[in-house]
Write a new protein. Sequence first.
Length: 285
Amino acid sequence: MSDGEPAAREWSVTVLTPRSGATVVAHDLEAVDGAARTLERGRLFTARWSFRHGDAHAELLRLRRELGPRLGPRTAAALDDVLARVVPAAGTATDHRHHAATDRLARYVSVERRRADAALSRLDQLEPGAERDPRSGLPTRAFLDRWLHGSMSGTLPLGLVLLRVHGLGTVNRQHGFRAETAVLHGVARLLGGHTGAAGRAVRIGREEFLLVLPGLDVRTLATAARRLCEAVAGLSSAFPFVPTPCHAVITRTRCRPLPLDSMWAALDAAGQDTGVTLLRRSPGR
């Protein structure tokens, strides 16, 4: 199924037996709730669901009609057999009560999960541990690994900006601890201004930082990266008045794990150049 087909972003699950049925159909918005504990848990969908037998039967018919020969002969035959043997039952009082109770339970679980995520996020702020870089205040690779856990290739597109601030690793030796801290805090502040509600800024190297921006297209990504580079370079006009030239590599990908090795190689190939480089081919894109 190609990305251009409407069904490519649809997630459907239907269960049908002679006496009961349930169905859920969700469409991926390719957007994220920034308050969620992980990227996968934060994905946003529009959805409809039902725990009524007749609705499940109708949904199975729709899937059979839309998917057609792409189901494969064995799967299509098995589905046709179920549809032939199971007669759609009219909604009964029991059916409606079951639907109402299960629907209420599902909504309750969703609300409680969001509350739990919010509580854990507050705890992270109080006790960041290995997920927070003490110098810049930014999340670390440990955070990135946990945040991306469970995210699969081919799903949510992510805009990535890998930024290198040239010479940052020598600021402490040449200008002192205070100067390095000031530069790090300045870079962190600028990165935070580009994340929006759903993105994340991560320190992944001594001079390298990663912006993860869910759903962003390449053109918007390039504009954001260019402005970020200009802003970081502008830090040299304030205390501690040290040069902060930088280079960024950008890409948009559905690949998991993230193509950081390819982006890092492109960053190395750029040497001391400044500006923005587009990584045109990203694995799993």
